[in-house]
Design a protein around this ligand. Structure first.
Ligand code: SF4
Length: 408
């Protein structure tokens, strides 16, 4: 049995530090334009452009807390080496600001050289998605302190999968196997002994492959090949799909997670003659993700010409907003205002091709009236939304002064 080394955790959110942190965070990420549009109902019309903001978008409570902690750590540990495990959240602007504050970046799975270079005086910030238990143990063994920004909603998923381990269930994790949060959750699904079992599935097609195996068995080698990189070392589908428990990355599409639960439960019921004791599930989509998805569904009930979704291209919750909107109207996944290069060209991330490309939309070009919706993932700061809004108007010849005058 492995003895888990506990990192030396330090609380940095002291009453002396937090007012300074809040002032700095506001300077970096606040937008008075966004706040004013929101407080006046979320719609702004200037000239022949109407802009609609989703009722909920942008920073969630978990991201705000992670940023607060990182900024506070910089103040509390002024002059000391401060490191970040990978990215604090999936937004390039926020990570850039941290690097500017002399917070150095380690790989999310640090190399032996990176760990060996840590000293007891150093401090490592753990990102909002959490980190794998093996990484936490290596950091603890190095003797340095940690500031842990793991979101409480992520930790509640960890509690769930640990219960699955105690109950002898295999954790079926709906998520992306390479995503930091899912890797961290999968490591908790191994349990204290390291003997727990997990399988990560991403799509409904993955789910159907698991359901087929539950009902009828199949080609074990082909099954393992399909899910390569997404299961624990000891996983054997012939043994370990008897008792399963479903959990999910907190930022998945809620409807898809529910469908996965339904299909897996049905498969277990079919196999076990109506008995569902071999199945357990718990909805671990976080409240912030759900609110942003619900707000977008609500927004899409009103007519719009096109949708802009702003955020980091590797952000899971932002990606799902793009998928939802893309079902209904032309939708562009942009990193920031610089992606709006001209009326005739939007640089955006193409989810199907997994690459950035430039597209033309006649909705924006020309001079006719246009209604544009904007939303953003939980890791996108308001200053990036503001820049996007001002850029949109500027492309149609409307100055920031005119926009400011319109928002009052
Ligand atoms: S998206 Fe959800 S789980 Fe992730 S940091 Fe925000 S509140 Fe936490």
């Amino acid at each position: 049995m492995s003895v888990t080394a506990k990192p030396r955790r330090i609380n940095v959110r002291t009453p002396e530090v937090m007012p300074l942190v809040q002032a700095q965070v506001e300077t970096h990420y606040r937008s008075s334009i966004v706040e004013r549009i929101r407080s006046s109902g979320g719609t702004l019309t200037v000239g022949n452009i109407t802009l609609k903001l989703a009722r909920q978008f942008g920073f969630c409570y978990g991201v705000e807390r992670a940023i607060d902690l990182a900024y506070a750590a910089r103040k509390v540990f002024a002059g000391r080496n401060l490191y970040l495990l990978g990215e604090i959240i999936h937004n390039p602007e926020v990570n850039r600001q941290l690097r500017e504050m002399d917070i150095r970046v380690l790989h999310s799975r640090p190399s032996d050289e990176e760990i060996a270079a840590l000293t007891a005086d150093d401090v490592v910030i753990v990102p909002a998605f959490g980190a794998e238990t093996a990484v936490m143990e290596r950091i603890a063994a190095s003797g340095c302190a940690t500031v842990d920004t793991t979101c409480g909603d992520v930790m509640s998923v960890w509690r769930r999968v640990r219960k699955y381990v105690s109950a002898g269930r295999t954790s079926i994790i709906h998520g992306k196997a390479s995503h930091e949060e899912t890797r961290a959750t999968a490591s908790r699904a191994l349990g204290e002994s390291g003997g727990g079992i997990y399988l990560v599935i991403l799509t409904l097609a993955d789910c159907d492959a698991v359901c087929e195996y539950i009902r009828h068995g199949g080609d074990c080698a082909a099954f393992l090949e399909r899910f390569r990189g997404g299961f624990s070392d000891n996983f054997d589908p012939d043994l370990h799909l008897q008792r399963i428990g479903v959990a999910n990355q907190t930022t998945m599409l809620k409807g898809e997670t529910e469908e996965i639960q339904r299909r897996l439960q049905q498969a277990v019921r079919d196999r076990d003659g109506g008995d569902t004791g071999g199945f357990a599930a718990f909805d671990t989509i976080c409240g912030a993700t759900q609110e942003r998805q619900d707000a977008l569904f609500e927004m899409l009930k009103s007519p719009m010409d096109l949708m802009l979704v702003v955020g980091g291209y590797n952000s899971s919750n932002t990606t799902h907003l793009v998928e939802i909107a893309g079902e209904q109207l032309p939708t562009f996944f942009i990193r920031d205002a610089k992606c709006l290069t001209a009326l005739e060209q939007i640089v955006h991330f193409d989810l199907s091709q997994r690459e950035e490309r430039a597209s033309y939309t006649d909705k924006l070009a020309g001079s006719g009236p246009v209604t544009i919706g904007i939303t953003a993932g939980a890791s996108c700061p308001n200053n990036l939304i503001e820049e996007t809004i001002l850029r949109l108007f500027a492309l149609r010849g409307i100055s920031s002064d005119q926009v400011m005058a319109a928002v009052g």
